[in-house]
Design a protein around this ligand. Structure first.
Ligand SMILES: Cc1cc2nc3c(=O)[nH]c(=O)nc-3n(C[C@H](O)[C@H](O)[C@H](O)COP(=O)(O)OP(=O)(O)OC[C@H]3O[C@@H](n4cnc5c(N)ncnc54)[C@H](O)[C@@H]3O)c2cc1C
Length: 519
């Protein structure tokens, strides 16, 4: 059996950073295990290629949630990276650390050393920010952070419209204050995705003390006398065991980590017994308290051909974009189509933002495990993301087979607060779209068509106004039906987009029909 000082299971955002840092000074022998392949797939590295990895089984686990009771029993698609770099090889590349108060809250709940003042030096050390260093940012670190090399005129219009709607401009979401509207910084370098694998492993792959094993699926932690001493994993050569003299670091992501722990006998005892797994330690917290940011969206037709949809719809534009990228590393392919965002509070009494409004230069009709289908016309989308939902879910085993997908439950929209925040987010999106900076580029069509829920989605928003109660109900119905994955602590999607008609009556919600048969 081979032995190492450290074994890291899962080469994602966290695993690459840990293995890269541990092997840096040559003192330790490190084994990094990744279930997926190396990051050879070319679309990983092109920022707009984000859409090509979204449902690609070559680089994506493509999990599904269980039917969500509050979302008409819809099954929420869960993209997660299964490739070197993990989800950092398929994500949206927005550089967003989170609110400082969130870290402080961790410390208040007992996580010593995780308050923002304690983690800030590590953020700075990780970073190589194109804007230079200051109290909040670093330079010279492995993680390249840059502004968009290219952005459409629509991005400026979105930004200015949000300011006109009363949201203060914020030049840096990762600086002194998170609240406001601003342009996102990205983990892109010279118009190429800068995944965690790129950041931490590209210089490390030659190190003699670092072994990177791809297509190596950890199946079990080896535990002796109450101590984890190694890992068993499935490789192309068969089942292999490796020993760790110092530590095993489990970094398989929000689903992979609890799954591996439970397969190894560490988890809720009753649940493990149901699957015939010998309990090493009863740990009810493993796989519990799952929560994610969730979102919906409001889509608008655009009067000018300035959106990413126009790119997809036109062969000459695609050829032009390809040439711009190939010869100048610029143009639409150099971005992921998300340039502007706003961090706001759904209720002024809150102490920190609970909503993030993502402003996309594109609008989709479907975005699920079948793929990303753009609206067949010029369109953009404003998407409110609820950052602090009440709903809590679980990750559990469906089977003791380590290659089986885990059982994922979110319990989205479980509280009145969760509904209220999302509805308020949609109201704010509509407010932003009404402002002169954006309405100049808008046609008069929106989705959902709140003013006239009886009619199809492409009705003008200038139709006779419905009552506030009606609008609220229509928004609630839309939230129920269109709420989908977001991108942060853990993920989900089941976007049944604008192609669906709105409720027949503004007080009637959709019947509870799963979008796919529940298995
Ligand atoms: C579509 C999408 C867009 C996103 N956009 C953004 C964004 O713009 N900005 C942002 O900050 N965040 C974004 N996120 C979230 C962010 O990417 C993730 O939170 C982050 O990458 C999670 O890091 P991790 O190390 O916990 O897990 P991951 O990066 O998922 O890494 C886990 C790794 O472990 C491997 N693994 C799992 N189980 C095993 C096993 N048993 N054996 C061996 N290997 C295993 C996996 O294959 C994977 O490589 C996005 C997420 C998604 C899905």
């Amino acid at each position: 059996m081979d032995s190492y000082d450290f074994i890291v299971t899962g080469a994602g955002s966290a695993g690459c950073a840990i293995a890269g840092r541990l092997s840096e000074d040559g003192r330790f022998r490190v084994l990094l295990l990744e279930a997926g392949p190396s990051d050879w797939y070319p679309w990983i590295h092109v920022p707009l290629g984000y859409h090509k990895t979204f449902n690609n089984p070559r680089v994506n686990w493509m999990f599904d949630s269980e039917p969500e009771p509050e979302l008409n029993n819809r099954i929420m698609y869960q993209p997660r990276g299964k490739v070197l770099g993990g989800t950092s090889s398929i994500n949206g590349m927005v550089y967003m650390r989170g609110n400082a108060a969130d870290y402080d809250e961790w410390r208040q709940r007992g996580c010593e050393g995780w308050d923002y003042d304690s983690v800030l030096p590590y953020f700075k050390r990780a970073e190589d920010n194109v804007r230079g260093g200051d109290d909040f940012h670093g330079t010279g670190g492995p993680l390249k952070v840059q502004d968009h090399a290219w952005q459409p005129t629509l991005a400026r219009a979105m930004h200015d419209a949000a300011v006109e709607a009363g949201i203060p401009a914020n030049p840096d979401f990762n600086g002194a204050n998170q609240e406001g509207v601003g342009y996102y910084q990205t983990t892109i370098n010279r118009s190429r995705r800068w995944s965690s694998a790129r950041a931490y492993l590209s210089g490390a792959k030659q190190r003699k003390n670092l072994t990177i094993a791809t297509s190596a699926h950890a199946t079990r932690l080896l535990i002796e006398h109450g101590r984890c001493v190694g890992v068993e994993y499935r490789s192309p050569a068969g089942l292999v065991q490796a020993r760790a003299n110092r530590e095993v670091i489990v970094s398989g992501g929000v689903y992979g980590s609890p799954q591996l722990l439970m397969l190894s006998g560490l988890g809720p005892a009753e649940h493990l017994k149901q699957h015939g797994i010998a309990v090493v330690r009863d740990m009810p917290g493993v796989g519990s308290h799952l929560h994610d940011h969730f979102n919906t969206y409001v889509a608008y037709r655009c009067a000018q051909p300035v959106t990413m949809n126009d790119l997809v719809l036109s062969l000459p534009r695609r050829i032009m974009a390809g040439m711009q990228y190939a010869f100048g590393r610029t143009g639409p392919l150099a971005s992921m189509g998300l340039f502007v965002g706003a961090l706001i509070r759904s209720d002024k009494r809150l102490e920190r933002p609970d909503l993030q409004i993502n402003m996309f230069a594109w609008a989709i009709r479907e975005r699920n495990r079948a793929g990303v289908v753009p609206q067949p016309f010029s369109a953009f989308g404003l998407s409110p993301v609820h950052l602090r939902p009440d709903g809590r879910g679980t990750v559990r085993l469906k089977s003791a087979d380590p290659t089986a997908a885990p059982e994922i439950r979110f319990n989205f929209l479980k509280s009145a607060n969760d509904y209220q925040a999302l509805i308020q987010g949609m109201r704010i999106c509509r407010e932003i779209a009404k402002q002169p900076a954006l309405s100049l580029s808008l046609s008069r069509k929106s989705c959902p068509a709140l003013r006239s829920p009886r009619r199809p989605i492409s009705r003008p928003i200038s139709a006779p106004a419905a009552s506030p109660t009606c609008i609220r109900s229509a928004l609630a119905a839309w939230a129920t039906r269109s709420t989908r994955w977001s991108t942060h602590s853990c993920e989900c999607t089941a976007s049944n987009g604008c192609a669906w008609p709105m409720p027949r009556s503004c007080l009637q919600l959709w019947p509870a029909t799963p979008t796919r048969p529940a298995s």
